[in-house]
Design a protein around this ligand. Structure first.
Ligand SMILES: C[S@@+](CC[C@H](N)C(=O)[O-])C[C@H]1O[C@@H](n2cnc3c(N)ncnc32)[C@H](O)[C@@H]1O
Length: 211
């Protein structure tokens, strides 16, 4: 997949317009996701750059990957006024535009639901992480409740939710995919954003180490 193939013009504009409305609820989770980070960070699928203001001053540099043109422009604008050094690069999860061992930390925030191939994306993140590097993740995942999980699977397989959500899937077991990709999960907690019966509930937030 080339970066040029990620085009979600309507989703991108709707997302950019309305994502702020959830920030009262999600903002503190973003702070927790990025707390105590340092060194060089690669952030996958940075969107409009909403995380940039949440990085602690101990971070040396964030390399933010964003393939969607509208959101990439927004991310570059957010980078220009970010309190830390941020470089926005065009690129996709399946072929990150970075050499091996380029980063101390990788961050995924509401993006492993959207990448076409999670295993490939996680293999790429491992490749660009230094040995023993850290993966921080905040993702919505498949519910443990059988009825909701069934609805989530149907929304994904029918294509309804991926079409509405810019390629998003709501039935992925992302923590399991992270472990299967060779990361050791050091901590993870689960919580709801919005109603617990919502199709993008629950969320997981955690840290894993590249083995
Ligand atoms: C729901 S948005 C999340 C944006 C941001 N990370 C946040 O926390 O709000 C998903 C992001 O993943 C990006 N994306 C979609 N496909 C991608 C791919 N193949 N590789 C990398 N990023 C991708 C989208 O353009 C979008 O910016």
């Amino acid at each position: 997949m080339s970066a040029a193939s990620v085009r979600h013009p309507i989703f991108a504009r709707v997302f950019d317009r309305f994502c702020g409305a959830l920030e009262k609820e999600i903002g503190p989770h973003r702070d927790e996701l990025l707390a105590r980070l340092g060194g060089r960070v690669v952030e996958l699928g940075a969107g409009n750059g909403i995380n940039f203001g949440h990085y602690p001053g101990t971070v040396d540099e964030v390399v933010a990957i964003e393939p969607e043109p509208y959101l990439q422009t927004k991310a570059r604008a957010a980078a220009a006024s970010a309190p830390i050094d941020v470089t926005v690069l065009d690129g996709t999860a399946d072929a990150l535009p970075l050499p091996d061992d380029a980063a101390d930390v990788a961050v995924t925030c509401l993006v492993l639901c959207t990448v076409p191939d999670q295993a490939r994306a996680l293999a790429e993140l491992r490749r660009v992480l230094k040995p023993g590097g850290e993966l921080r993740f905040l993702e919505h995942v498949r519910s443990q409740r059988p009825r909701l999980a069934r609805v989530q699977r149907r929304l994904d397989s029918s294509g309804i939710w991926p079409r509405l959500g810019g390629g998003c899937h709501c039935a992925r077991d992302t923590a399991a995919a992270i472990a299967a990709a060779g990361f050791e999960i050091e901590r993870v907690r689960s919580f709801d954003v919005g109603p617990s019966w919502g199709h993008t509930s629950p969320h997981v937030l955690g840290a894993a180490r590249a083995q």
